[in-house]
Design a protein around this ligand. Structure first.
Ligand code: NI
Length: 384
C-alpha cells in the first residue's frame, strides 16, 4: 500500500522503469498499475489488451468527466544510462520518460482518493504512444473519451530544468508524416548514359527540388520541415542505376499546409521522373496529427500553476505525439514538465537518457490542480 509523497513516486517510477516494455506489449506494466489501483479500492478495466483505465467518482455528487492520460510504452533501445534501476528487459528502455508519466498519474490518483470533488476523474493509462497509429485511437474507438469535458496530459522534458512548465495555446507539436518515393528508370552501362534513364540523377534532382518546397512554396511565417532521410540506389560504380528510393519525413502545424506539402512532393517526384522518361511512385503516409491545445484550458491551467512553477510559453516543436487525437475530440491541453537531470543531460530516445525525479511531485500537483479545476469549471463544449 502506498504511503504517498515523493519517495513513493520515485519507487513507482523506478519499478516501472525496470519493467520497460514495447508498444502493445505493456503486460507487466499494466499488471503493476492494476495492482496499485486495486489496492486503493479502484476497479480498473482493460478496454484494449494492455491499457488500464480507472474511474474515480467524486463524493460531492454528479459532475463532469475529466480524463487524465499517461502513456506506458518504452523504446527498442539497450539502456546505457548507468542508473542502478536500469531496465531488466534486454533491448527495451524507458528512454522518453513515460515511466515518470505513469508514476505521476498514480500520484495524482492517490491525492484524489478522498473523493472530495464533484464529477468523475478518469485515469487513462495508454499503451503504444511510440508506435503509430498509436494507442490513443484505440482508446477513442473503445469509447473512453465519450462524454469527457476535458482531457489533460503532460510530458517530461529532460532539456528543461525542474520547476519549469511549458504551456502553449494552439499548435504545440506537429503533424509528423512519412513519404516514400520509388523511381523506376532504365539501367545500363556507365559509359552509355544516352540509352538509360538514370535513377541516381533523378533521385538527386528530386531531393534538391523537395528542399525548395519550404523555401519557395510555404509562407515564411509558417514552420514546415521536409527531410529526405534515405536514398537507396545503385549496385556498383560503373553501372547506371535502374531504380532509386527516397524516404523522408514532413512536419507541419496546420492541416492545409500538410495537404499542400503532400501535393508538392507528389508533383515534384512524378514530374521530375517524367522529364527523364522515367516513372516515380509517391506514397504519403500521414502520422500523428498536430497537438493543438485549447487556448482557454491553457490559460486557466497556467494560472493555477503560477505559484508552484515557472510557467512559460514554449515554441511549437516539430515532434509527433498521439495525444493529438484526444484534443481533436475534447478540449484540453498537453504540457511540458521540466526534468533536466543533474550532470550531463541526454536527449529523449537516447540510450543514456535520464530524468530528474524531483520533477515528479510537481507533475502530481500540475495534474491534481488541473483535474480539480476543470471538474469545477469544465471548458465550453465544442459544437460539431
Ligand atoms: Ni514520449
Amino acid at each position: 500500500m502506498a504511503t504517498g509523497g515523493a519517495e513513493q513516486l520515485v519507487t513507482w517510477r523506478r519499478d516501472l522503469h525496470r519493467l520497460a516494455e514495447l508498444a502493445h506489449e505493456e503486460v507487466e506494466t499494466a499488471q503493476y498499475l492494476e495492482q496499485q489501483l486495486r489496492a486503493w479500492g479502484l476497479d480498473p478495466r482493460r478496454p484494449t489488451p494492455t491499457s488500464v483505465v480507472a474511474d474515480m467518482e467524486g463524493s460531492d455528487g454528479a459532475g463532469p468527466l475529466v480524463v487524465l492520460r499517461a502513456d506506458m510504452d518504452g523504446l527498442p533501445l539497450t539502456e546505457d544510462s548507468g542508473e542502478p534501476f536500469s531496465s531488466t528487459h534486454p533491448g527495451i528502455m524507458h528512454a522518453c520518460g513515460h515511466d515518470g508519466h505513469m508514476a505521476i498519474l498514480l500520484g495524482t490518483a492517490e491525492r484524489l482518493l478522498a473523493r472530495d470533488f464533484a464529477g468523475t476523474v478518469r485515469l487513462l493509462f495508454q499503451p503504444a504512444e511510440e508506435r503509430p497509429p498509436g494507442g490513443a485511437v484505440e482508446l477513442i474507438a473503445a469509447g473512453e473519451l465519450q462524454g469527457a469535458r476535458a482531457v489533460l496530459g503532460l510530458h517530461l522534458q529532460a532539456g528543461w530544468p525542474v520547476g519549469w512548465v511549458g504551456l502553449k495555446p494552439g499548435p504545440l507539436m506537429a503533424y509528423s508524416d512519412r513519404f516514400h518515393i520509388r523511381i523506376h528508370g532504365r539501367g545500363g552501362h556507365g559509359s552509355e548514359p544516352q540509352s538509360t534513364q538514370d535513377a541516381v540523377v533523378i533521385a538527386a534532382e528530386t531531393v534538391m527540388s523537395l528542399q525548395t518546397i519550404v523555401s519557395r512554396r510555404v509562407p515564411p511565417s509558417e514552420t514546415v520541415v521536409v527531410t529526405s532521410g534515405t536514398i537507396t540506389a545503385g549496385q556498383t560504380f560503373n553501372i547506371i542505376a535502374e531504380t532509386a528510393e527516397i524516404t523522408g519525413t514532413v512536419r507541419t502545424f496546420a492541416r492545409d499546409l500538410q495537404a499542400q506539402v503532400e501535393e508538392e512532393i507528389r508533383r515534384r517526384a512524378t514530374h521530375i521522373a517524367a522529364i527523364y522518361g522515367a516513372v516515380a511512385e509517391c506514397e504519403y503516409l500521414p502520422g500523428y496529427p498536430a497537438v493543438i491545445n485549447d487556448p482557454v484550458v491553457v490559460e486557466e491551467w497556467a494560472r493555477l500553476l503560477e505559484d508552484v512553477a515557472t510557467v512559460e510559453q514554449p515554441p511549437a516543436m516539430p515532434q509527433g505525439e498521439d495525444f493529438a487525437y484526444y484534443l481533436q475530440k475534447v478540449p484540453g491541453a498537453f504540457l511540458w514538465l521540466g526534468a533536466a537531470p543533474a550532470g550531463d543531460g541526454h536527449p529523449h530516445h537516447s540510450p543514456h537518457f535520464r530524468i530528474h525525479e524531483d520533477a515528479l511531485p510537481l507533475g502530481v500537483t500540475v495534474m491534481e490542480r488541473g483535474a480539480r479545476h476543470f471538474l469545477a469549471h469544465p471548458p465550453a463544449q465544442r459544437t460539431r
